[in-house]
Write a protein that binds this ligand. Structure first.
Ligand SMILES: [Ca+2]
Ligand SMILES: [Ca+2]
Ligand SMILES: [Ca+2]
Ligand SMILES: [Ca+2]
Length: 398
């Protein structure tokens, strides 16, 4: 009988498996997974490895995601609560977010399509003040050479441009309207004594944010710069984009919902990758926890595979409502057996069951008695592939 043997509230049972970046290529060798998935490979968790397919036709940057190229990219959720410190997911009307990313060898630019929902938008930031994270902003974190490491200031050992944490600050568009004039902030200088906040809007050649009700679409292009970046000569450090290139990349949203408080203070910080509790607010200064982005050439098979792998497994309802969650697997992903495991975010095994040989559609109910509110990983081993998805047990249906 499968047993639910622990919970996030039982740290004594933790058995951590380290996250190893080098497994990226292993995941490719095994028909690796794409946006929105995590992959467990030979006991090693490789999380949040994104693949960006080259855009054969460039998107029209207008805040509308109906361009043909976006169809071959998958949505990557922005669903990890970095602040407030590991609490369950927010209700979707408070914040919901996801993004797609593509690239072009013609323009040497990355292209992003981001959808956010936010109940209250706090704007009014005046550059170059230092309090931009207390407004509603989208953050793009990029480490061009995937070096990891600190990126606050230019010092003997580190460079401020080792990675960028772009804080995209906009004024809220009118309902059914758009805005296209952001300020993009990050820290530069050699120490807190001479800290400056350059405006990096020039790294985003095109950016349009549209709004319908509480839903926003951020569509933009981005130039990638190396760590030799000099703000007085940006062109000199522009990086050529080629298939196979790996970069560090994460996305996050700073959510404040109280425009009247004084001073303003950020309420929530939601990211696209899992980070440990100690690193919930580390991306701004250290690139070690960034996700990975690998650029690949477009081919119809890659695009088809990409779409297929993301639609082949369904976990529902998510967030789960009671102690049951359902798994369904498309028929052509079938194997002789399916091993299902549920893990806490620190990789503690909470549930394991082997389901015997199956054919055609595979649908099972997984009972997780005693599961406490939080974010979990569900691992599905179909024999030739291992999929891992995140799901949440919310607090609102106890
Ligand atoms: Ca568009
Ligand atoms: Ca909100
Ligand atoms: Ca770097
Ligand atoms: Ca907000």
């Amino acid at each position: 009988m499968p047993k639910f043997i622990g919970s996030l509230n039982n740290p004594g049972m933790s058995g951590k498996i380290s996250i190893i970046r080098a497994s990226l290529w292993l995941s490719f060798a095994c028909g690796g997974l794409f946006t929105g998935n995590l992959l467990l490979n030979a006991g090693v968790l490789h999380s949040d490895s994104l693949v960006a397919i080259e855009a054969v036709s460039l998107p029209w940057i207008d805040g509308v995601g109906d361009d043909a190229c976006w169809e071959s990219a998958s949505w990557q959720p922005i669903d990890q609560m970095w602040i407030s410190w590991g609490e369950p997911l927010l209700p979707f009307d408070d914040f919901k977010g996801e993004f797609k990313v593509m690239w072009s060898s013609e323009t040497d630019e990355l292209y992003f399509l981001v959808r956010t929902t936010d109940d209250v938008f706090v704007d009014g930031y005046v550059w170059p003040g230092g309090k931009y994270p207390d407004y509603d902003i989208l953050e793009v974190f990029i480490d061009e050479d995937y070096s990891g490491g600190t990126h606050i200031f230019d010092t003997e050992n580190t460079l401020a441009a080792n990675a960028f944490s772009y804080h995209i600050v906009i004024d809220e568009p009118a309902d059914e309207g758009i805005t296209d004039l952001p300020v993009v902030c990050d820290i530069a200088g050699t120490s807190w004594g001479d800290q400056t906040t350059p405006d990096y809007a020039g790294h985003f050649p095109e950016l349009v944010v549209s709004r319908e009700g509480r839903n926003f679409i951020w569509e933009f292009s981005m130039v990638v710069h190396s760590d030799t970046y000099d703000h007085t000569d940006p062109e000199a450090s522009v990086v050529e984009l080629t298939a196979g290139k790996i970069m560090g990349l994460s996305m996050a949203y700073c959510d404040n919902d109280d425009p009247d408080e004084d001073p303003l203070a950020r309420d929530n910080f939601i990211g696209s990758v899992y980070v440990t509790e100690e690193a919930y607010n580390d991306h701004w200064q250290n690139a070690d926890g960034y996700g990975t982005l690998t650029l690949v050439e477009y081919s119809s098979s890659v695009a088809t595979d990409h779409l297929h792998k993301n639609s082949g497994i369904n976990i529902y309802p998510n967030p789960m409502i009671d102690s049951n969650i359902h798994i369904s697997i498309e028929s052509d992903l079938s194997g002789n057996q399916v091993v299902v495991r549920v893990l806490s975010m620190n990789r503690q095994e909470l549930y394991r069951k082997v389901f015997e040989r199956y054919q055609s559609q595979f649908t099972r109910k997984i009972a997780l008695e005693g599961i406490v509110p939080g974010i979990y990983l569900i691992e599905i081993d179909t024999g030739d592939q291992i999929f891992v998805r995140k799901f949440a047990r919310s607090t609102s249906h106890q």
